[in-house]
Design a protein around this ligand. Structure first.
Ligand SMILES: Cc1cc2nc3c(=O)[nH]c(=O)nc-3n(C[C@H](O)[C@H](O)[C@H](O)COP(=O)(O)OP(=O)(O)OC[C@H]3O[C@@H](n4cnc5c(N)ncnc54)[C@H](O)[C@@H]3O)c2cc1C
Length: 155
């Protein structure tokens, strides 16, 4: 079990990433929502089309699930009960879903999705890095694999 020193510091930083990734996701959803009610095509705002609403709804679902996960992990942390594999669940899920939210938000912005006039592509690029640091997707997956099976597959 990881307890003190460097592992403890890593756990703290990873816990921070669980929340930080949500900020990027939320900002991207807000940008997509604002654009979709302002941008008009075919005589009405693109937010009035069902496919755009589906994007907004799906992004919001994943954001809310990630938020509830972060709150749950925070409560366990406050109680001194947070386990490293639970932090792995938060880091792995929230960064992966935040990145997917950014990608979806970029599609809602059309060509503006790659413009720095909107925050989405900046968040997206940043999250591509966050996917790697504080434990790669592969390493957190293996942490969960070990927790579930009792068998380490790291080497
Ligand atoms: C923006 C940024 C900031 C960073 N900041 C810091 C920092 O402050 N401090 C610090 O120490 N490091 C930092 N890093 C380094 C980061 O922790 C490493 O990049 C990361 O651990 C992966 O190591 P690597 O790049 O050597 O990849 P490699 O070890 O070359 O791995 C390449 C790929 O293979 C996968 N892989 C490797 N071994 C296995 C295995 N046994 N099973 C399955 N898959 C495997 C990896 O998950 C990865 O996807 C930072 C990285 C980035 C991108």
């Amino acid at each position: 079990m990881w307890t003190g020193g460097a592992p403890r510091l890593l756990n703290e930083a990873r816990y921070g990433v669980v929340w930080g990734s949500l900020g990027a996701a939320r900002s991207s959803i807000e940008a997509a929502r604002t654009y979709s009610v302002e941008r008009r095509q075919f005589g009405k705002p693109i937010g009035a089309f069902q496919l755009t609403q589906q994007k907004l709804a799906d992004m919001t679902l994943e954001y809310v699930k990630g938020y509830l996960l972060a709150v749950h992990l925070g409560r366990r942390k406050d109680a001194g009960l947070l386990r490293p594999e639970q932090v792995s669940i938060g880091k792995l899920n929230n960064v992966r879903e935040a990145l997917e939210i950014c990608r979806t938000a970029a599609t809602a912005l059309g060509a503006q999705g790659i413009s720095l006039e909107h925050p989405v592509v900046r968040h997206q690029n940043n999250l591509e890095s966050v996917l790697t640091y504080e434990g790669t997707v592969e390493m957190h997956t293996l942490v969960l694999g070990q927790a579930l099976t009792g068998m380490p597959a790291f080497r």
